[in-house]
Ligand binder design. Structure first.
Ligand code: ADP
Length: 546
């Protein structure tokens, strides 16, 4: 501010000085001329003044003119000086103006810089804002991830605890479920060796041994099935079968297996469907039988009086459909019932309801879990209705496909066919080749077969079997173990089939999976029976080939 006011003051001073000097110069010029004029005028009028006076007067005039000139000169010099000063001032002014211009440029530049910096800072503000949003997002994401991880960890911990609980339950259950029948088997087997027992007592003990063996076998099958389900290796082998024929066989099996039903006066009833029509399904008969037997065995276990009814009804999508879309099976009992809050619980593995301290029910808690998983694989569902102390009805469904032809296979455990059970066969003119590496099994087979009068030959591996077949064209049937040293049953069967294509070969193995069965049939076996088998089952099966 002061700089600008100084500058203006300087400029004003200069113009004032100029005006003053001009005026002064003008007056100085103007007044002597006027004086000279006056003097001349006076000398013209006054002629009569004295000569001396005229000299004096002239001198005065000359003096005056000199003074005037001197004054003029002084003024001119002064003016020059003033002009110089003015020019100097002008120059300075210009320099200052230039400087001011430069300063102004600088200020403008600085202003621009400030503006650009303000812009920059605006941009930075935006960037910071965006980064804050991003940070907030990642914070939220992190929080969610941490939450998820925590939940996963909790789940994993719960699962670990659950699996620990299951492991303990499994071990406790297994110990109980294995030791109890083993105890009975060993106990009754030792009683058999006594000399003072009657034939009736012997028969009773043998029934007990058989029943407990069956329980053990069921337990082993259940554990194997559970492992297969866990490993996603359960295979469903579908084929056509008649439901009504199948249910009749299951009925017979339960009646022979559960003699106590008669004792307890519990009525076991197989109910015909309301359409009074026979249906054929395309499903896995082995697994179907397993599910039904699980449900019926449970019903017999948990029922003390009343009845057990089972059967099925076709379900139609609409009234216009001739063929049902589903078949709904049921097993109804008048047993102890199931509390409603346990409806999911009992379908989990190893879960049993043990609310009643007055009675301990046998079982590993696997049957319903396996049934549920099998039904999922077969396209069906399982559920139940129940009332405590009044009874339960278990339902399950299977998809129905229109099949008219029921094919029967000779494969023993794949299909039904337990109805024949003739034990006294006469095979006196027959020769049966037993191919088996396990001593106990060879002895067992020999003991069964020799009672029919048949001659037996023994081979301990595939190579020996092939040799015996080559040397003995009279062999009627071969009972072939599949897993053997040197040459296994598959290779031996292939070789035997090239020598005697029509010689029946029955595969027998302790493996129960469907693949094993298929492999043996592919190798050329004519039938398949899985261990363990009992005497009537084996004889009955051999009889279909001999
Ligand atoms: P388990 O071999 O122990 O019977 P399951 O999986 O078949 O195993 O059954 C699980 C549990 O469900 C049984 O321990 C029993 O408590 C209950 N349960 C199953 N069926 C019946 C039934 N018909 N009546 C009453 N309770 C049943």
């Amino acid at each position: 501010m002061s700089y600008w006011s100084d500058l203006r003051a300087d400029a004003g001073l200069c113009s004032f000085r100029n005006r003053y000097l001009n005026k002064l110069f003008h007056n100085i010029i103007k007044y002597p001329v006027f004086i000279l004029f006056a003097l001349n005028f006076e000398s013209c009028i006054v002629d009569d003044i004295a000569q001396s006076e005229r000299h004096a007067f002239s001198l005065n005039i000359i003096l005056s003119i000199t003074i005037i000139i001197a004054v003029i000169v002084i003024f001119l010099i002064r003016e020059q000086k003033i002009k110089k000063q003015y020019k100097k001032l002008e120059r300075e002014l210009r320099i200052r103006i230039k400087k001011i211009g430069e300063q102004e440029d600088k200020i403008v530049q600085q202003k621009q810089e400030v503006y650009s910096q303000i812009n920059l800072s605006d941009k930075q503000d935006e960037v910071i804002h965006n980064q804050t949003i991003e940070l907030e997002k990642s914070r939220r994401h992190l929080e969610k991830t941490v939450e998820l991880r925590t939940r996963e960890l909790k789940d994993a911990k719960n699962k670990a605890e659950e699996s620990d609980r299951l492991k303990t339950a499994f071990l406790e259950n297994m110990s109980h479920e294995i030791r109890t029948p083993m105890n009975a088997i060993m106990g009754f087997a030792s009683l058999l060796s006594l000399t003072d027992i009657s034939v009736q007592e012997k028969g009773k003990y043998i029934i007990r041994i058989n029943n407990n063996c069956r329980l053990l076998l069921k337990l082993i099958d259940d554990i194997l099935d559970m492992s297969k389900i866990q490993a996603n290796q359960m295979v469903i082998v579908k084929k056509e079968f008649s439901i009504d024929q199948f249910l009749q066989e299951i009925y017979d099996e339960i009646v022979t297996e559960h003699k106590e039903l008669e004792i307890k006066n519990i009525k076991l009833e197989l109910i015909r469907n309301k359409k009074d029509k026979s249906y054929t399904v395309y499903s896995d008969p082995v697994r179907f039988r397993q599910i039904f037997l699980n449900l019926l065995r449970n019903a017999t276990k948990y029922t003390e009086k009343g009845y057990i009814r089972f059967g099925y009804e076709p379900l139609f999508d609409s009234d216009y459909n001739n063929e049902p879309s589903m078949l709904q099976f049921y097993v109804e009992d008048t047993g102890i019932g199931i509390p409603p809050e346990k409806s999911n619980f009992i379908f989990e593995w190893f879960n049993k309801i043990e609310d009643d301290p007055s009675k301990l029910y046998r079982g590993a808690g696997l049957g319903l879990f396996i049934s549920k998983e099998l039904l999922h694989l077969m396209g069906g569902e399982i559920w139940f209705n129940s009332k405590l102390k009044e009874g339960s009805t278990f339902y399950f469904t299977l998809p129905y496909f229109d099949t008219t032809e029921v094919k029967s296979a000779k494969v023993r455990k794949q299909t039904s066919g337990q109805s024949i059970k003739k034990e006294n066969y006469d095979w006196r003119k027959k020769t049966i080749l037993i191919v088996e590496d396990e001593d106990n099994n060879v002895l067992y087979l020999n003991e069964i077969i020799k009672r029919t009068g048949a001659l037996t030959l023994e081979a301990r591996n595939g190579k020996q079997a092939v040799k015996l077949v080559e040397e003995n064209p009279s062999i009627s049937v071969v009972i072939m173990d599949l897993m053997m040293p040197e040459m296994d049953g598959y290779a031996a069967t292939r070789r035997i089939k090239t020598i005697h294509p029509n010689l029946p070969v029955i595969a027998q193995t302790a493996y129960t999976n469907a693949r094993e069965r298929e492999k043996s049939l592919e190798a050329g076996c004519d039938g398949y029976i899985s261990k363990p088998y009992n005497r009537p089952e084996l004889l009955d099966f051999i009889n279909t080939f001999i």
